[in-house]
Design a protein around this ligand. Structure first.
Ligand SMILES: *[C@@H]1O[C@H](CO)[C@@H](O)[C@H](O)[C@H]1NC(C)=O
Ligand SMILES: *[C@@H]1O[C@H](CO)[C@@H](O)[C@H](O)[C@H]1NC(C)=O
Ligand SMILES: *[C@@H]1O[C@H](CO)[C@@H](O)[C@H](O)[C@H]1NC(C)=O
Ligand SMILES: *[C@@H]1O[C@H](CO)[C@@H](O)[C@H](O)[C@H]1NC(C)=O
Ligand SMILES: *[C@@H]1O[C@H](CO)[C@@H](O)[C@H](O)[C@H]1NC(C)=O
Length: 500
């Protein structure tokens, strides 16, 4: 007596589906009609739940896609990441002078602050899963005309879960911090800059640069260039801010309040440039609880320019106890606060609190570039990629943390000598900004010419005998062949030989 496959009860098959990935499901769907409909109904959504890949730019689109379409999109995207295949595009025309832009993203929009303007890019839903959701320039806001004209924005964060959906904090080069409302634009076709509304203004820092802002839905943490930290419970206006002086040139901060033991990490220039302070219910502890060291004691004191953590779906677990930092010596270092290899420091501080030292679990560097790392972001294909913006040549370096020896790098389209000041990895897309404009690398399927804002190519007057120069523009941009939405970029591998 033989049992037909159809006689296996549906709920047993559904149980088995929990252990299958997209490839297995696709294979199983071809077995018989019974399996096909079970997987159509349950399999893809189970797989989606087991491996969620939230993406801000896709969030308005995926609600229109079936679970199978979403998995297909992610599978293609992951493969493109693995092979380093993407469409590269500038996001705007070149700015007239050199700026140090800052990027911020959430489900509502991508904001790019450059000089005293804020470029707002909206996400247009795609109802067809085969076509990439597009990114549109909604408007350009101008800030600070009346209060402090021509003062550059040095940091920007979106205020989380604000019902107005249009509020940000920005820090300026002159020490001012502003709470801004970005008014909606009426589509009258004019491209005139739209003035922002200043809701509140804070002046804690004299003339010092506001280097870094980090935020959650109740607290804002700001750091000035000399290391003055302000911890502001902005959601309860009656509470007063707390100040802690780090007493050293400071660059970056990362506030983590996801876990039960919130902390803030600071990046500075000093003998111990990267350290962590606990955040207790009554405020930030004045002394560090962890010193996060480079790999060994012989490493010279350095500086830490950017700090981030891993996304929820990262292969090393979505723990926010993982700290990823970008250093002056060109290294990206990954520290895991859960690591057992921490050592307790003898000189624990006066309060008797313990202080630990911790070495990295991972050290990453592009062996062909000794440039400092200015910007960092983690995510992308399989949520496993680290993107690091370097200080020169508009280079972004990538590593897959599952095989960290096999890194690769790419120059921004039309590269020259600028740093990548800011980078945001958002699922299939990497947004970056250098001194002359924003750009995007899109690893997803279905990218078309109008997925991104139009690009004007300022053609160089054709020189006699310059045969291959025809498509090259004065700003170095060169289109890939006809029919492609992308621009030419230079990529190189920096895989380590496996015998060392
Ligand atoms: C997204 O950013 C806007 C500012 O552009 C902010 O007002 C809003 O609260 C943010 N949304 C979420 C869900 O955090
Ligand atoms: C702010 O100033 C800039 C240049 O000074 C000008 O182009 C822009 O229109 C001004 N914006 C507003 C809202 O006044
Ligand atoms: C924001 O962070 C602070 C600690 O820095 C924490 O006390 C507070 O609960 C957090 N707020 C939310 C809504 O998570
Ligand atoms: C910055 O990136 C843009 C867009 O990819 C590129 O056209 C430009 O040449 C780069 N600028 C500099 C200064 O590197
Ligand atoms: C970008 O810069 C690198 C190094 O300077 C150079 O080798 C490469 O040819 C440049 N790529 C483009 C597209 O200009």
């Amino acid at each position: 007596m033989s049992l037909g496959i159809e006689s296996i009860p549906g709920d047993v098959i559904i149980l088995v589906m929990h252990y299958l990935d997209a490839k297995d499901l696709a294979a199983l769907q071809r077995v018989c009609r019974h399996f096909y409909s079970l997987i159509e109904e349950f399999g893809w959504s189970l797989a989606l739940r087991a491996d969620p890949r939230p993406s801000h730019t896709l969030s308005k689109s995926v609600t229109h896609w079936t679970p199978r379409q979403q998995i297909r999109y992610t599978t293609i995207t992951d493969r493109n990441w693995q092979h380093g295949e993407f469409v590269a595009r500038p996001l705007s025309d070149r700015w007239s002078h050199k700026l140090q832009p800052v990027l911020a993203i959430n489900d509502s929009r991508l904001l790019l602050a450059a000089g005293n303007s804020i470029y707002s890019y909206g996400f247009i839903p795609s109802y067809d899963a085969g076509v990439a959701p597009s990114v549109r320039l909604e408007c350009v806001y101008s800030t600070s005309n009346s209060t402090h004209p021509n003062m550059d924005i040095t940091s920007l964060v979106c205020i989380p879960n604000d019902h107005l959906d249009r509020t940000v904090f920005v820090g300026y080069a002159n020490g001012i911090i502003e709470h801004l409302y970005l008014p909606p634009v009426n589509q009258d076709g004019s491209n005139a800059p739209v003035p922002v509304t200043v809701l509140e203004s804070f002046d804690y820092y004299g003339e010092e640069v506001v280097e870094s802002l980090s935020i959650n839905s109740t607290h804002l943490l700001t750091v000035s260039s000399s290391g003055m930290v302000t911890y502001l419970p902005y959601a309860s206006p009656t509470s007063s801010p707390q100040f802690v002086d780090l007493n050293t040139r400071s660059w970056s901060s990362y506030l983590s309040t996801r876990s039960s033991s919130p902390f803030v990490a600071f990046g500075t220039s000093s003998a111990n440039p990267l350290f962590v302070h606990d955040v207790l219910p009554d405020g930030m502890s004045p002394a560090p609880s962890y010193l996060l060291a480079p790999s060994n004691e012989n490493d010279r004191p350095s500086a830490v320019y950017d700090i981030t953590s891993a996304p929820i779906a990262a292969p090393w677990g979505g723990s926010d106890q993982i700290i990823v930092s970008g250093w002056y010596d060109g290294f990206v270092r990954v520290h895991d606060l859960r690591s057992s290899s921490r050592t307790r420091n003898d000189n624990s501080n006066a309060g008797g609190d313990s202080q630990y030292s911790l070495t990295p679990t991972l050290n990453l560097a592009d062996p062909w570039s000794f440039e400092p790392i200015y910007s960092l972001s983690v995510g992308g294909g399989s949520s496993a990629h680290i993107a690091a913006g370097s200080a020169r040549h508009s280079v972004l370096a990538f590593w897959d943390v599952r095989s960290p020896g096999k890194g690769w790098s790419v120059h921004a389209p039309g590269n020259d000598s600028s740093p990548v000041y800011s980078v945001v990895v958002d699922g299939p897309r990497v947004f970056g900004a250098n001194q002359s404009r924003g750009f995007v690398l899109d690893f997803g399927p279905g990218v078309l010419e109008d997925t991104y804002p139009p690009v004007t190519i300022h053609a160089t007057p054709t020189r006699p005998n310059a045969r291959n120069q025809r498509q090259r523009s004065e700003d170095g941009l060169r289109r890939l062949g006809k029919g492609s939405a992308g621009f030419y970029v230079t990529k190189y591998s920096h895989a380590r030989p496996s015998n060392c």
